[in-house]
Structures are given as structure tokens and as C-alpha cells.
Design a protein around this ligand. Sequence first.
Ligand code: URA
Length: 442
Amino acid sequence: MRAVEIIARKRDGLSLSNEEIHFFVQGFTEGKIPDYQAAAWLMAVRLQGMDRQETVALTMAIAGSGKRLQLHDIAPFVVDKHSTGGVGDKTTLVVAPLVAAAGVPVAKISGRGLGFTGGTLDKLESIPGFRSDLSVKEFRAQLQAIGLVVAGQSADLAPADGKLYALRDVTATVDSLPLIASSIMGKKIAAGADGIVLDVKVGNGSFMQTEEDALALATLMVEIGQETGRRVRAVLSDMSQPLGRAVGNALELREAIETLQGNGPFDFRQHCLTIAAQALLIAGRFPDGAAAKEHLIRLIESGQAWLKFREWIAAQGGDLRYVDEPARLPAAHWVRELPAPRSAYIAGLNAREVGMASMALGGGRAKKGDPIDYAVGIVLQAKIGDRVEAGQPLLSVHANDEHLLAEVSQRLLAAYTWSDDPVQPPPLLRRIVGAGTPLPNP
Ligand code: URA
């Protein structure tokens, strides 16, 4: 088999066999196939697409390109949750302990923020002492001990994805459905997940701008799950405005803590309940979503979800004084409240712009490896559909640099659109993909 022939077949729109895809991915991972051939192949895939059999083969080749975690000796059914990324998306901080408190083991590999989107690890690492660089041994031991572990990706897990993604980033081949779906699902399968709940965001603050694109991606990932014997559900949710009210690492952590303690913004709480309920359903714990949600609400009200969160943070070295008293968490030097510029209904609140503003304050990274400021960010006092009066607080900006504070304030005010007439807020939950399909046996 020769790489050039595989590139030519894809260039000509032919379907590649499992063997060809494995040969190519393995050869590239081991350095036997050079970047220039992989780049040509990625462009051919981007332009010609892949059918379902090819996408499944690519997913399994990525999953098999390095170590694969085997967790069945610890738990018969392990759940993971993945978001395609958004602004103010701190869902994992609530859903992971909530699902684990319901007795369903959660083992999750999370990422860091890049560009206008945040990352779970950055939010967790705003707790002094919290460690996300766990060895496989530590990862397994923690899953066994408390039924919940969230760590960063190690270099030997799905290494093909890291190499392919770096190349896609610089060859304009990121926006390909089979490449995105196989990248996400390959990593999840390598990390040992039996059940996967995908939170596919739709709107200006996410990767997929339209519901049509998000649905196509969600459907493809659910199909990959069916073909590979994983139980997968995808929730399509709104990202045309930030989720909840807080954007920024420590600010989001505080909001997650409030939510786990039974408070927190209504939209965020509802979203967490929806995602967590899907996790319980795929684990076969409840007959329907309503029963699962009722149970989850009890876990919050009784304090069990909060206790599981504390147990998790302590297990990964986090200093519990900071979560018990969130006022100790990193806090910005300046907090400025911006007043509403007019009396009207909020018609739009561009999530991407809010994410960019948080990044500009130092809360996110322009490129991989950049340092971040845990303290800075934005707290929204009103969202789409709310009526505000001129001069009433609209949002607060948390900054550590006075010049940036002024610059970002202008940018944030420009992220709003207004209406004199009442506005319906966009529904947070768009649809659930995979709910109607039978689940494979665990
Ligand atoms: N997230 C991933 O993990 N991979 C992609 O290709 C895109 C988003």
C-alpha cells in the first residue's frame, strides 16, 4: 500500500477501505507518512467527504493510534460528556458530580480554552492545588475510589488526533464533518467511554453556526456510536448568547458552585439537568427523562451533588477552602458595572463577542500555551428577552488592567441589539438526537 495511491483515490472521490484508512493514520502517527502527504489527504477528505464506513474506520484508527484506557475492571459502564465548546459553558463542573452522585461512574478527558471558547481544565485550575495532569494509574485509581475523574489529555491517548488537528488548523481543513466527528469520537473511545452525552452547541458563540450543521454533526456522531457499540446521545443547545451569567474561569466556577448548591441561573441549571438526565438514561438507570430529572433535583436539594463535587476536588488536590468560601478564589482588581444605554428589551447578546471580550481581558488564549488570568471575566445581569431601563446595571466587567477595562466595555456594549417590543428568548434546548434509536447493549 502506498500513501500516494490512497490520496489519489480520495482525490477522485472514491471510498477508502478500512485497511487504507488504518494504514494512512498509523503511518502518519509513526512519522512514516510526512506532513505534506497528510495535508494533501486531509484536503481531499475535506473536498470529497467520507461515507459512514470510512468515518467509522477513521474514528477507530484515531482511537487505536495510541494507548486505549480499559476501565471495565473498575466499572462496567462509564459515562463521558463532551461539549463542542461555547461561551460561559461550565456544564461539566455541575454535570460530572451530579451524574456520579447518582451512582453512574464518570471518567472524562477535558480540554483547555482556545480563542473565544473556555475550557473545563482552566476553570478547575482556578482552584489552588487542583491537578489535571493525572497518570493513567491515578486516573484509574480515582475512578475506582470515588466514581469520578476529569483529567487533561495525555500525549499517548489518541496521538493521531493531536497531529492531524495541528495540520488541519494550518491547512483550512478543520471544517469537515467526518474529520470533526472522528476527532471527537476517536478521543472519547480511546478514553474508555461506554456512554457519551454530546452537547452540540448552535449559534454565533460556537463552532456550528446553524442548526442544520449542528444537526448533521450530531447525527453523524450518534451513528458512529451505534456502529462502534457506544451509547451516544447528542443534545443540541443554544449558543447565540452565553450560557448562564458568568463568563471567565473563577467566575464560572463560582456559578457552578452556586448551581450545585441549589441556586445558580435558571437556564444553566435546566441545561445541566437535561445533560445529566441523558447520561442517566444511557446508563439505563431511569425509564424516562422526567424521572431522571426528578432524581437529579433531589441530589442537588439534599446536598449529595455538592458533597460529590467536594470529594472530586479534594481527590485531585484542590484546596477545599476555596470552594467552601468562593470569595477566596482569584478576584479581579477592578469590577465595573456597565449601565444599560437605553430602556428597551434585549434582542441579541452576541456570545462570540462576549467570549472575545473575556479573552481580551486575559481570561482566554489567543494561541495554545498562552498564560491566562483566572480572575477576569464578565457577569451578565440581563439576557435576551429581558427588559432593562436606561441606567440599570446591564453587566459587570472584572479586569486586572484599567486600559483593557475601558476597551472591552465598548466592545461589550456593541454586542447587544435592542428592541422596543417584547422579545422571545431563544429556546436553550433545540433537540435531542438519538433519543428515538434503540441503545446497544452495554
Ligand atoms: N473538537 C475536536 O475535538 N476536534 C475537532 O475536530 C473539532 C472540535
